[in-house]
Design a protein around this ligand. Structure first.
Ligand code: SF4
Ligand code: SF4
Length: 397
C-alpha cells in the first residue's frame, strides 16, 4: 500500500474503503461478509474508512467491525453530517452524537459536511452556528479534521473551498468527470491550499467497469497494458499527485485484492502519452453512447411515488452502451416485475428528486423519455400480462 499525507502529516492509504456498498442480506448488511472484506483491506494497509449518516446500517456496521477486531485506534474514520436534514444547532449535536454512538467511538478522524452542492447550503449552516460548533468539537478532540463533500459546479466549489480553513475535501472525480462538478480545476485548487482531496465515485458507481461500450473495451485491450477497466480508472486517478485517497465501495474479496494491488503499484506521473490516448478513446466511446449521466448514487431516492429513478436510468443507458434488448431485458428483470410498481408513469412531477441530484439531471423529463424507450407498446403489454400473472390474487390460499 502507498500512502499520501494530510495537512498535519498523517499518512493516509491512497485506497480508502467506501462503506456505502456493503452486500445486503435479509434487509440489513451482511456483517460477516463485510467484516471479511474490510479486514482483508485493513491487513493490506487500508487505513481510511468512509461512511455517512444516511448510508443505511453502514456506520453501525463499521463501528461493530472495528470494535470486534480492536482496530479503532489504528484506522481513520470518515463520516458525514447530513446537513440537508438540519434546521438548527441542536439538530447538529443530535446527529453527531448518534453517529458517535453508532460508530462506537468518542471521536471522528475526518468529519464532512455531507453533499454541499452550492454556497447557499454552506451559508445556511453558518447561520445556524456551524463554525462555532466545529471549533468546539475540534477543541474537545471529538473531530480531528473537518471537511466537506461536494457535488455542485466548479464555481461554487471554489467559493466554499476559499471561504473556510478546511482540513480536507471530498469530490466526485474520474476520467469521465474531468470537467464536471469540482473537476480538475477544483482538485488542483484544493491541493494548492495543501489540503488532501478524497475522491468518490472513481468508477462512476461501477459504470466505468460494468457498462463500458464495446469500443471502449476494445481500446483498453488494444493498448496492450493488460489492465482491467477498474485498473484504468484507478491508475488515471493515482497518476495525479493532487489526489490523496481514492474511495472504492468494495464488496468482494477479489475487488479488495485487486484494488489493494493497484494501490501498491500505481505511481503518480507514470501514465504515458499512449495511456492518455487510450483513456481519450474510452471517453469518446462512452459519451457517444450514454443517454443520461446518472451515477446510481441514489440521492434522489426515495421517490414519494415509488419511481425507481436510478434503476430506470441504468437500463436506459444499457440500451445504448450494451444493446437495446439487453437494456430492456434488464428493465423487465429489475424494474418491470417488482411487486410494488416503480414505473416512471407514476411520477407526479413534484420535483423533489431533482433538488437532490448531484448530476443536475432534469429527472422528470428524462425519466419519461427513458420510459418511452424502455417500454414500447409490445413490451408494455408483455410486462402487464406477466405482472397480472405473477401478482394475481390467490383467493382461498
Ligand atoms: S418528480 Fe417524479 S420521480 Fe421525482 S420525486 Fe417527484 S414523483 Fe418521484
Ligand atoms: S438521478 Fe441523480 S441522484 Fe438519482 S441516482 Fe442518478 S445521479 Fe444519483
Amino acid at each position: 500500500m502507498q500512502y499520501r499525507k494530510d495537512r498535519t502529516g498523517n499518512e493516509l492509504s491512497i485506497l480508502g474503503y467506501g462503506c456505502m456498498r456493503f452486500t445486503r442480506k435479509g434487509g440489513g448488511i451482511d456483517l460477516d461478509k463485510a467484516e471479511k472484506e474490510l479486514m482483508a483491506a485493513y491487513r493490506a494497509g487500508v487505513n481510511y474508512y468512509d461512511t455517512a449518516y444516511i448510508y443505511s446500517g453502514s456506520e453501525a456496521a463499521v463501528g461493530e467491525i472495528l470494535e470486534r477486531n480492536g482496530i479503532r485506534e489504528k484506522v481513520h474514520i470518515a463520516t458525514k453530517l447530513p446537513q440537508y436534514l438540519i434546521g438548527n444547532r441542536a439538530a447538529v449535536d443530535r446527529y453527531f452524537n448518534e453517529e458517535l454512538s453508532r460508530l462506537r467511538t468518542t471521536y471522528v478522524d475526518y468529519y464532512l459536511m455531507h453533499m454541499l452542492t452550492d454556497v447557499a447550503m454552506w451559508e445556511k449552516l453558518k447561520k445556524i452556528g456551524i463554525l462555532e460548533w466545529i471549533q468546539e468539537k475540534k477543541r474537545a478532540g471529538a473531530i480531528r479534521n473537518i471537511g466537506f463533500s461536494y457535488h455542485g459546479n466548479t464555481e461554487n466549489f471554489l467559493k466554499i473551498l476559499n471561504d473556510y480553513d478546511w482540513d480536507f475535501c471530498q469530490i466526485q472525480y474520474n476520467y469521465l468527470d474531468e470537467v464536471a462538478q469540482a473537476g480538475r480545476i477544483g482538485l488542483k485548487a484544493a491541493a494548492a491550499k495543501g489540503i488532501p482531496v478524497i475522491i468518490m465515485e472513481p468508477l462512476r458507481g461501477g459504470k466505468l467497469v460494468n457498462a463500458l461500450p464495446e469500443a471502449a473495451k476494445k481500446a483498453m485491450q488494444e493498448s496492450g497494458r493488460g489492465w482491467s477497466p477498474a485498473e484504468w480508472g484507478l491508475r488515471w486517478l493515482y497518476d495525479q499527485p493532487e489526489v490523496t485517497v481514492v474511495l472504492s465501495g468494495m464488496n468482494s474479496l477479489e475487488m479488495v485484492e485487486e484494488n489493494c494491488r493497484i494501490a501498491s503499484e500505481a505511481q503518480a506521473g507514470s501514465l504515458t502519452e499512449a495511456d492518455f490516448e487510450t483513456v481519450a478513446k474510452v471517453k469518446r466511446a462512452i459519451l457517444e453512447k450514454e443517454q443520461v449521466g446518472c451515477t446510481g448514487c441514489r440521492y434522489c431516492m426515495p421517490c414519494p411515488k415509488g419511481v425507481d429513478i436510478p434503476g430506470i436510468f441504468r437500463c436506459w443507458n444499457a440500451m445504448y452502451t450494451e444493446s437495446k434488448s439487453a437494456g430492456r431485458y434488464q428493465f423487465i428483470q429489475t424494474v418491470g416485475l417488482t411487486r410494488e410498481p416503480v414505473f416512471a408513469t407514476q411520477c407526479i412531477q413534484c420535483g423533489r428528486c431533482e433538488q437532490h441530484c448531484p448530476q443536475g439531471i432534469p429527472i422528470r423529463e428524462k425519466i419519461r423519455e427513458a420510459d418511452r424507450a424502455l417500454r414500447p407498446l409490445p413490451y408494455k403489454i408483455a410486462i402487464q400480462v406477466a405482472r397480472s400473472f405473477m401478482f394475481r390474487k390467490t383467493a382461498g390460499k
